[in-house]
Design a protein around this ligand. Structure first.
Ligand code: DAT
Ligand code: MG
Length: 151
């Protein structure tokens, strides 16, 4: 449905490497609607919750260190099938496997520096949006192009 939402975050490497604009551009061009955005340095407590499903993984400490090492650009994007399409636009987790044309396929090389996060299911998207944003930070608006994106 059109009101589906996903949580997308440009990671610290994407910020340092000036890729925020390219990532926003792809979601905008696709036809998705920006609902919320914040530029912030996440603390360990937030990131440990965000990645709680991975807490037993050997790379978890390095992942938290990397993600808290600099600012991130956290966003909520909305649209039809945006969670699954957003993952397709990101490409495979490991940039060695990400197809050219995808964000990770075009802009990065190694799994521990894969520049962008995207929710992997509608359920985790809802959890992540609630973790990173207060309800009042989600903007309710109607893009004028909506009838040109949706039949
Ligand atoms: P994704 O970010 O594609 O949803 P994930 O949720 O499995 O992937 O993992 C979260 C992040 O953790 C991922 O973007 C990069 C890092 N990561 C995943 N697998 C890794 C591995 N085998 N070695 C190092 N870092 C890894
Ligand atoms: Mg994930």
């Amino acid at each position: 449905q059109y009101r589906e939402r996903t949580f997308i975050a440009v990671k610290p490497d994407g910020v340092h490497r000036h890729i925020i604009g390219d990532i926003i551009k792809r979601f905008e061009q696709k036809g998705f609607k920006l609902v919320a955005m914040k530029f912030t340095q996440a603390d360990d407590a937030l990131l440990q919750k965000h990645y709680s499903a991975l807490s037993k993984k050997p790379f978890f400490p390095d992942l938290i260190k990397y993600m808290s090492s600099g600012p991130v650009c956290a966003m909520v994007w909305e649209g039809l099938n945006v969670v699954k399409t957003g993952r397709t636009m990101l490409g495979a987790t490991n940039p060695m496997d990400s197809a050219p044309g995808t964000i990770r396929g075009d802009f990065c090389v190694q799994v521990g520096r894969n520049i962008c996060h995207g929710s992997d299911s509608v359920e985790s998207a809802n959890t992540e949006v609630a973790l990173w944003f207060k309800p009042a930070e989600l903007v309710n608006w109607d893009p004028v192009a909506k009838p040109w994106v949706y039949e």
